[in-house]
Design a protein around this ligand. Structure first.
Ligand code: HEM
Ligand SMILES: *[C@@H]1O[C@H](CO)[C@@H](O)[C@H](O)[C@H]1NC(C)=O
Ligand SMILES: *[C@@H]1O[C@H](CO)[C@@H](O)[C@H](O)[C@H]1NC(C)=O
Ligand SMILES: *[C@@H]1O[C@H](CO)[C@@H](O)[C@H](O)[C@H]1NC(C)=O
Ligand SMILES: *[C@@H]1O[C@H](CO)[C@@H](O)[C@H](O)[C@H]1NC(C)=O
Length: 517
């Protein structure tokens, strides 16, 4: 009997683990050859290549294809090489691609009620409610808080110089970012910059540490989509959301459940809490007459704490990765660094040596340097969407079914000579050319369309403030531990990191040519 059953069981398993593997063949799309269970994701599962590295590799391997097929386990996944198709997916035909598809169930761990992870109408309503939190006016109000952090950063820099100047600027900028987010988002001065051991820093490290457990969840998720709920239940650890919820409860109580005019995120969320029900058009359901169904939700503490979490998480690694990589490039381009420093001196002398929203907005050379660093090494090297309704890619005669995953390989696109001359060269001035972008969707450090980064302007301004604070006082140069081309971390699947941080040497600028601060 067993001799009869075994081949049948094996055959069924084989069928299960290779189902869909003919998906791209059938649609006449060039694709990477899948293997059972892993699809094209084997190297990622064993920790040899991040999803971003794999997508970049595929981007470069098929220079003439508009799209290339892959398989996340048995799920078909499409790498969109053509920026025009990327524009359709991210923006024009957003109604088909409003899902990001990270697949976490918020009912198991409420931290996933955050804007980055939620899907469908819940996303729609939350985004609608949170968008007014990020207007320029609100940002300007928040800005004095940023300046405080920037000043602290300078003192830390001085300590480093007194100790010889060598430091990991990745760590330095992370501490600035944590301090900033703590002050702006959570309304507490946590002193991470001066104090190594803070709750926030620990939280930040915990969220982004790729330990084995996390690794396992991600891999299992992708390989066994039918068993996600069980996997998440087995491996979930809700200690982060518990910690954040507790902080939120405390501050909310301190403020007597009302905004206190501090203009930080807690104030803004308390304001939203007071506004009650959120009502809007559904993106998932339509009435018989074709008009969207009206949907609604009530804002509650769980939702608010999850947003606090994402403001911390989404701002933390992205900004510190982008600013430290900018410093790394400037260390190897002293002439660009000097140009930026002279601009900072010039602008600040006009503003009484104060870093403020307006002065930072005037620092074009600095902003160009930051943009160029994000072009070469975007914090998120890929963007992700999932097809929600049957969709035919315009001009390609390829029809995608619901559930098919989409990858926009920004790391690959932004380093393609088709869109940028000498793409591997750090040339901040290219952003002086108003036509620098040959295609608007060939440069997407903050993503694109209705689901682009909600905090992009804030992230940018806060990053520039940190860079200006450092470069006004100090110069950076390669140190003994610096590597010209740092190795990317194969374990970072969402936000790109490099192995061993970004070690550089900090030096006080020549007093003669720097304006006293
Ligand atoms: C330099 C800093 C930052 C970079 C490079 C960055 C980049 C990105 C990117 C690429 C995405 C995905 C967009 C897409 O899929 O099209 C994203 C999403 C998001 N970011 Fe940022 N970000 C930064 C700072 C921030 C900050 C400071 C916040 C919040 C305070 C924030 C909150 C979010 C949220 C909530 C989402 C999800 C939006 C949604 O799904 O509706 N980010 N970010
Ligand atoms: C579109 O693709 C389908 C299936 O691959 C094929 O049968 C059909 O002939 C194609 N049509 C055109 C216009 O290429
Ligand atoms: C959850 O994570 C925290 C911090 O990393 C750890 O102390 C705790 O033991 C974890 N809980 C479980 C159930 O693994
Ligand atoms: C908020 O609403 C969600 C969804 O209905 C629910 O799961 C959660 O428990 C609620 N939180 C509180 C504190 O009521
Ligand atoms: C600093 O100033 C001194 C004296 O003017 C000069 O010799 C030196 O090269 C300067 N260093 C830098 C890095 O500009």
């Amino acid at each position: 009997m067993i001799y009869l059953l075994l081949p049948i069981v094996l055959l069924l398993l084989y069928k299960y683990f290779t189902k869909n593997h003919d998906y791209w063949e059938k649609r006449n799309v060039k694709y990477e050859k899948p293997i059972p269970i892993f699809g094209t994701n084997y190297e990622n599962v064993i920790g040899k290549k991040s999803i971003i590295e794999k997508a970049t590799e595929v981007y470069n391997k098929y220079p003439t294809e508009p799209v290339v097929g892959m398989f996340r386990g048995t799920t078909p996944e499409l790498v969109v090489r053509d920026p025009e198709i990327a524009r359709k997916i991210l923006n024009v035909d957003f109604a088909y691609f409003y899902r990001r598809g990270l697949g976490k169930n918020p009912e198991i761990d409420p931290v996933y009620y955050n804007l980055f992870h939620v899907e469908g109408d819940l996303w729609k309503l939350l985004r609608q409610r949170l968008t007014p939190t990020f207007t320029t006016a609100k940002l300007k109000n928040m800005f004095p808080l940023i300046v405080n952090c920037a000043e602290k950063l300078r003192h830390v820099g001085e300590d480093i110089v007194n100790r010889g100047g060598e430091c990991d600027v990745r760590d330095l900028m992370a501490r600035f970012t944590v301090e900033f987010i703590g002050v702006c988002a959570f309304g507490i001065e946590m002193d991470t910059i001066n104090n190594e051991h803070s709750l926030f820093k620990k939280l930040g490290v915990r969220i982004f540490k790729t330990d084995f457990r996390k690794y396992l969840v991600t891999a299992l998720y992708d390989l066994f989509p039918d068993f996600r709920t069980i996997i998440q239940k087995l491996l979930s650890n809700s200690s982060s959301i518990t910690a954040i919820t507790e902080i939120f409860y405390n501050i909310r109580k301190q403020r007597n459940y009302k905004p206190i005019g501090r203009n930080d995120f807690i104030d803004l969320l308390l304001e939203l809490e007071g506004k009650g029900k959120i009502i809007g058009d559904s993106i998932e359901k339509k009435n018989a007459d074709g008009k969207p169904v009206q949907v609604e939700m009530e804002m509650n503490i769980t939702y608010m704490a999850a947003q606090m979490f994402v403001f911390f998480a989404a701002g933390f690694e992205t900004s510190s990765s982008a600013t430290s990589f900018t410093l790394h490039q400037l260390a190897y381009h002293p002439e660009e660094q000097q140009k930026i420093q002279e601009e900072i001196d010039r602008v600040l002398s006009k503003y009484n040596n104060k870093l403020c929203y307006d002065s930072i907005s005037e620092m074009t050379a600095l902003s160009n340097g930051f943009k160029e660093a994000m072009r070469i090494f975007p914090s998120l090297g890929t963007l992700h969407r999932v097809c929600a309704r049957k969709y035919t890619i315009p001009g390609l005669n390829v029809t995608l079914d619901p559930g098919v995953k989409i990858i926009i390989p920004t790391q690959g696109i932004q380093n393609d000579e088709k869109y940028f001359d000498n793409p591997s060269q750090f040339i901040p001035d290219r952003f002086n050319d108003p036509n620098v972008l040959r295609h608007k969707y060939a440069y997407l450090p903050f993503g694109g369309g209705p689901r682009a980064c909600i905090g992009g302007r804030l992230g940018e301004m806060q990053s520039l403030a940190g860079l200006a604070a450092i470069l006004h006082k100090f110069s950076v140069e390669p140190g003994p531990k610096t590597q010209r081309y740092p190795q990317v971390n194969h374990g970072s699947n969402l936000i790109q990191g490099v192995k061993g941080g970004i070690p550089l040497k900090l030096r006080l600028r020549n007093k003669s040519n720097s304006v006293a601060a």
